[in-house]
Design a protein around this ligand. Sequence first.
Ligand SMILES: [Zn+2]
Length: 351
Amino acid sequence: MEADSTSTQDASSTQVTSTAPVPTPSLPPPPPTPTRFLPLWFNDGNLVLQLGQKWIIKVYRHATETQSTLLKESFENVAAANAVHTPKAAEGMDVDHPVEGAHDDYPICLYPPAGFTDDHLLLMFQYLFPSSFGPNEPKITSSDHLPLMHVAHMYGCAKVFNKAALGYDVARYKSMSPMRRLHLAVQFDMEKWKLLALNELMGLPLFHLTEEHIQLLKSIRRPLDGVPDKNPDDLYGLILRIRTKVLSTRLKLVTASVDIARDASCSLGEHEQCNAAWLLYWSSTFIPTWIGGRVLYESEAVDLLRGPFPLLPMNKACQSTHLKTLQDSGMFTEEGEILTAGTKLAVKYHL
Ligand SMILES: [Zn+2]
């Protein structure tokens, strides 16, 4: 998880100036010298923060607090502690002694989560104050998404978290496996990702589960109430059950639709080609796509069946009539309903 902070450090070294060593009771001796990060040093700011050992920034308290109730509460706690420790300041005595967070000699210290760097914490504040990126669009590398999710999650900055999560999702759209998504969804308690991952795990009957995956899914138990008794007592069992139902509807599609109704515009002889074209198409293209690969939604299945059959063409009128028959039979929507019901049940297990 340790990210390479060297390049960030080099890139930002042109933007920063050193401050004098800070002799402050907030820092343990011997104090390392934090550096002002100029893009986040607002002269009219009213909140001075030290980020780990490395950075010191001056931002706007109210603007920061609106992004995170967790930060708001911790700043209020600091203010309360200040009021206790500097009662004379309130009485107008000893007013030269600044309160913590209000002066760069007395910053409020924040730290990154274990395993992450001060630069990751800095990046979160850059996203809280996007003008710090300058006139250019913020450039976040794909290796920053996950650390940013961790930092934003720890400090309760939902907007930054969602932005990072979206970036992570987009960058890995094709390659993020449903198990990986499920891991992250549980770690960060992301309801939407849980639903997506479970839906995908159930709708991909051939998605390979390793022994490790199976052990994990078996360890996810259902609560005593909330899930009907007839359902399996672990998530692995439930996923297999839904997969079986899904495969069964797909098998029905194959076996129940061999007879193609002949349109009036199609001659008896020509219609033999329709039958052959359909058999060839579903066995060579449609069924392999439908069974494996990825979740195929109803609209995609319909699009696939509406397109040209590459190996042997089918009479257009017969093809669209046949597609309508399949749609009217509710086979596609039936699968959607099975997945929706299965997913709803699955999130009730102790994820
Ligand atoms: Zn025909």
